[in-house]
Design a binder for this molecule. Structure first.
Ligand SMILES: NC(=O)c1ccc[n+]([C@@H]2O[C@H](COP(=O)([O-])OP(=O)(O)OC[C@H]3O[C@@H](n4cnc5c(N)ncnc54)[C@H](OP(=O)(O)O)[C@@H]3O)[C@@H](O)[C@H]2O)c1
Length: 335
């Protein structure tokens, strides 16, 4: 059995981890933390049926685990990550603290001095479709952001094949759970309900940094305009990406490219011609669903990619990474 601890169990991604572990045959939860609900059970902190006792973050028994999942806000994760590694266990961080390879970039995008910059060189960006071999060997895993998972999986084949020379326009829409459990004006019911709001559009959203970091590894020319929107649904992300192609591409060649790229990937599905990715294709699953629509008269392609922000965009992908790190079947607990 893999002995796990969950930091931040009362948040949306922490609860999703508990749900996945409940059906994972090779995991045993050794602790779950919360500072706001110390001494209570998870079922008292959130409507669910998990009677897991909650301990303070600082009281987590690190000698009892093989791996800790950090479902904490950025800024808080790095300190706990360091402690867990010092205690000899592995770390899977769902926050942004170890995603960017460079502490200066972290400061620029997150406005914070990094608390453990010395650990950044050993952190592996946990997108299995790009970095599976490195993931298998690491003890410090930076789980990707939700928007970046949909965008990188949607666009990596295009950049790898050098099929465009242009900045790509990405229009993404996310359900409200993407903002976490803390109530703010932006996610207030009255602001969200029957509404659709762009926010941080252009080149200012924090996730742009990790999308370009990873896509530039595939092709140094990669550049994006990223326009996220808040959608009045609980969960799910749909990213629609408009790509001006170089000469010589048509629908068949594009389909062949995506089919070859993802034919062995257990959690990426390419839809047949005429079908378009929707939230429903991916919600409550660890799949990323991709559709391809070539607009021949202007030689552009529209790629749509959907994921569940809490599963392939967070906790499901974190478990996929744990499975790889501990040498068990990648899909365990996720199908
Ligand atoms: N939501 C998503 O779709 C999604 C997707 C990908 C990645 N992520 C990332 O995953 C992490 C967790 O996200 P979430 O949506 O689950 O967040 P959340 O719902 O806001 O929950 C955050 C958790 O962290 C704890 N916490 C809050 N402030 C803290 C602090 N200053 N120090 C230590 N612990 C603190 C809370 O525990 P208490 O009970 O003590 O308050 C809570 O359990 C974030 O870094 C987020 O960016 C989220």
């Amino acid at each position: 059995m893999i002995r796990v601890g969950i930091y931040g169990a009362t948040g949306y991604t922490g609860i999703e981890l508990a749900k996945i572990f409940a059906r994972h045959p090779e995991v045993e939860i050794k602790f779950a933390t919360s500072d706001s609900y110390v001494g209570k059970k998870l079922s008292e902190a959130f409507p669910c049926h998990f009677d897991i006792p909650l301990v303070a973050h600082d009281a987590a028994p690190l000698d009892r685990i093989d791996v800790a999942f950090l479902a904490l806000p950025h800024g808080a994760s790095a300190d706990y990550g360091k402690r867990v590694l010092d205690a000899g266990a592995s770390v899977i961080d769902l926050s942004a603290d170890f995603r960017l390879h460079d502490a200066a970039a972290y400061k620029k995008w997150y406005g914070l001095d990094h608390h453990a910059p010395e650990l950044l060189p050993q952190a592996v960006y946990g997108l299995p479709e790009l970095h599976r071999d490195q993931i298998k060997k690491t003890k410090l895993l930076a789980n990707p952001g939700c928007y970046p998972t949909s965008v990188i999986l949607g666009l990596a084949p295009i950049w790898r094949a050098n099929a465009t020379n242009d900045t790509i326009i990405v229009d993404s829409k996310s359900g409200v759970s993407g903002a976490g459990r803390k109530a703010t004006d932006i996610v207030h019911f009255v602001q969200v309900n029957e509404n659709l709001s762009p926010y941080n559009i252009g080149r200012v959203h924090r996730h742009l940094s990790e999308m370009e970091q990873e896509l530039k590894l595939v092709n140094p020319k990669a550049s994006l305009i990223f326009s996220p929107h808040l959608l009045p649904v609980t969960r799910g992300i749909l990213s629609t990406m408009y790509v001006r192609l170089t000469d010589g591409w048509d629908e068949n060649r594009l389909r062949q490219l995506y089919a070859e790229t993802y034919c062995n990937e257990p959690f990426v599905r390419i839809l047949p011609s005429g079908q378009f990715a929707t939230l429903t294709h991916s919600n409550y699953t660890n799949y990323c669903t991709i559709s391809i629509h070539h607009v021949a008269d202007v030689n552009q392609v529209i790629i749509c990619a959907s994921i569940d922000n809490l599963i392939k965009g967070a906790s499901g992908q974190a478990v996929q990474n744990m499975n790889l790190m501990f040498g068990i079947s990648e899909t365990t607990g996720l199908l």
